[in-house]
Design a protein around this ligand. Structure first.
Ligand code: FES
Length: 136
């Protein structure tokens, strides 16, 4: 009898002192510190869908990168100068960007993100998943 009541009290204490984490932390959304300097980050038109999922890349803090917006580079997700080919008549320009911390980032490969050059989940939309891709 004594043992049962003791165990009951212990069980209540364990349950009441348990620390439950109910909030799931949201992933950090990176920003391009150069977007206010170079207007190419504000181009209205998006490029063609290159791929329907983002690409993870290890980036160094402070280094300047050029993200392909036109979707025709062969070095995706970065620019290789293909947009300069006059026969392709590409109107988009690459987006210069940098990062504040050296780590892995998910770069947009569907070219439809609203947070250039980082993936914002836009590729999950039905229209993008059903769109054709352009690979040269
Ligand atoms: S790959 Fe473009 S928004 Fe995710």
């Amino acid at each position: 009898m004594f043992v049962r009541s003791y165990l009951s009290k212990v069980a209540k204490n364990v349950v009441s002192s348990a620390n439950y984490a109910t909030k799931i932390s949201k992933p950090e959304i990176p920003k391009n510190p150069l977007s206010s300097i170079y207007t190419a980050a504000n181009q209205k038109e998006n490029g063609v869908v290159y791929d329907k999922k983002p690409f993870r890349l290890n980036l160094e803090a402070g280094k300047t990168y050029h993200w392909c917006l036109c979707g025709r580079s062969k070095s995706q997700p970065l620019c290789d100068g293909t947009h300069k080919d006059i026969y392709l008549k590409v109107t988009q320009r690459p987006v210069r960007f940098t990062v504040e911390k050296s780590k892995e980032y998910w770069l947009c490969n569907c070219k439809q993100t609203k947070n250039r050059p980082f993936c914002d989940g836009t590729h999950k939309q039905k229209e993008i998943q059903e769109a054709g891709t352009v690979r040269l």
